[in-house]
Design a protein around this ligand. Structure first.
Ligand code: GDP
Length: 443
């Protein structure tokens, strides 16, 4: 019942001139016809992909002049009969229209229910459905590109190929079981090893891409570190072009880690301005410094700031470090890039800051992304890929140990299970519930 009844929800947020209300389900046309009048006739008689102009009636009075777009099953987003009603974007009109459609027989949609129906009706797999939410949330060009590739099925195709190869192995192994009396080997073990190794590499690469995908989705975390007064807050303000961080001449005034983000050449960077690193007796300042070390640990890249011409220690950390020499204006040195990861700047005048932006952007290698490679950015997918990788390795060990075909086949099925979790071939109502609950209403 839940999956076929007719649902309604606004598809657009507040603001703008036009709002869209979506209706989907077996009764979508009849429900709409109960509140809509058009000279062009009934929605139920209209062809798919047509638009009817008319009025929404609220009893005897007109609620609004609207356009109704008609989508006939299966050629709609949900795969069901659907309409999209474009009305004027008044909160009153939108809520009254939804109420009238509910009175006419529709039910208010739950979060993500339109996309859930698209998944259930085979219009997209689960990873594509999740990409819809990512697409809506995308805040930078790179982020958008990942979501777009996933939504259009790039990742799904990669997984489908892996699944097809694995299914081939299991069917050969299972054939051996049928002939177990005769001690035959249909699945050539060395070919199987080669295939599994290839699959292992492929899954590993996909899982590894999560580092980039996650950085792009959440913003690349940049820690700006250095002694007090070297100009960290000034640089941050310069990079963000606003005055959010506190700038002062008194050493040790930046006590909190402030996080702000900006986009450089299509990639979002999150800057964590930090308290100056130095030995201190001040407890409050010490807390700030502890947080600095936390920020360095969480950073994808560290900007190590010092004053040009002054001595400073080297910083040891796992993330790539960009050395930045500041206050070039004061000591009269030329600003700009001086080595691969070293830049001289003046945070105050802005000289050299573009060169610094370029160095920062180079740290994030998005060349694969530009060529359409799959980049995993979803934690759930990452976890499933890691589990699949562990299972492939168990298969390889099983081969090494000359395990029987039924045991090997079980291990291969385990890999299939984890890959199937990503696309939703294998799924539980709980997983689905969790995924779609994070969508907005009307999506
Ligand atoms: P932080 O403690 O590292 O965050 O340093 P601030 O950003 O608060 O800067 C400390 C002082 O250095 C302030 O008076 C800034 O105006 C000054 N300052 C920062 N960058 C530059 C620069 O490039 N040139 C000059 N001359 N002064 C700067």
């Amino acid at each position: 019942m839940r999956r076929t009844d007719t649902i309604v929800a606004p598809a657009t947020g507040q603001g703008g001139a036009i709002a869209v209300v979506r209706v989907s389900g077996a009764e979508a046309f009849d429900v709409t016809d109960r509140v809509f009048r058009s000279r062009r006739g009934r929605v139920a008689d209209a062809e798919g992909y047509t638009i009817l102009y008319g009025r929404v009636m609220d009893g005897e009075s007109v609620l609004d002049d609207v356009l109704v777009s008609v989508f006939r099953a299966p050629h709609s987003y949900t795969g069901e009969n659907s309409v999209e009603i474009s009305c004027h974007a008044s909160t009153y009109i939108v809520s009254r229209l939804v109420a009238l459609l509910i009175d006419a027989g529709a039910r208010a949609a739950t979060a993500g229910e339109f996309t859930q129906r698209a998944f259930v009706n085979g219009k997209m797999d689960l990873s594509q459905a999740e990409a819809v939410a990512d697409m809506i949330a995308s805040a930078s060009e790179a982020d958008h590109r990942i979501a777009m590739n996933q939504m259009r099925g790039g990742f799904s195709r990669d997984l489908a190929e892996l699944r097809a190869e694995l299914l081939n192995i299991t069917s050969l192994l299972e054939l051996e079981l049928d002939f177990s009396e005769e001690d035959v080997e249909f699945a050539d073990r060395s070919a199987m090893r080669q295939l599994l190794e290839r699959i292992d590499t492929r899954i590993h690469t996909l899982a590894e891409s999560f580092r980039l995908g996650n950085a792009i989705k959440n913003g690349v975390a940049v820690a700006i570190v250095g002694a007090p007064n070297v100009g960290k807050s000034t640089l941050l303000n310069r990079l963000l072009n606003d005055d959010r961080a506190m700038v002062s001449d008194v050493a040790g005034t930046t006590r909190d880690v402030i996080e702000e983000s900006c986009t450089i050449d299509g990639v979002r960077f999150r800057f964590m301005d930090t308290a100056g690193i130095r030995a201190t007796d001040d407890r409050l300042e010490q807390m700030g410094i502890d947080r600095t070390h936390g920020a360095i640990e969480r950073a994808d890249v560290v900007l190590h700031l010092s004053v040009a011409g002054e001595e400073c220690e080297m910083l040891e950390c796992d993330a790539p470090v960009i050395r930045v020499f500041n206050k070039a204006d004061r000591c009269g040195v030329e600003s700009g890039r001086v080595a691969e990861q070293t830049v001289v700047i003046s945070a105050k005048t802005g000289a050299g800051v573009d060169a610094l932006r370029a160095v920062l952007r180079e740290v994030v290698d998005t060349s694969g992304l530009e060529q359409g490679a799959t980049v995993v950015s979803n934690m759930r997918h990452y976890a499933a890929l890691r589990a699949a990788e562990t299972s492939v390795e168990a298969c390889l060990r099983g081969l090494e140990l000359n395990l029987t075909s039924d045991m090997l086949s079980e291990d291969v099925r385990e890999v299939l299970f984890h890959l199937g979790e990503i696309t939703g071939e294998i799924t539980t109502d709980e997983t689905l519930g969790n995924i779609f609950a994070n969508f907005c209403i009307g999506k």
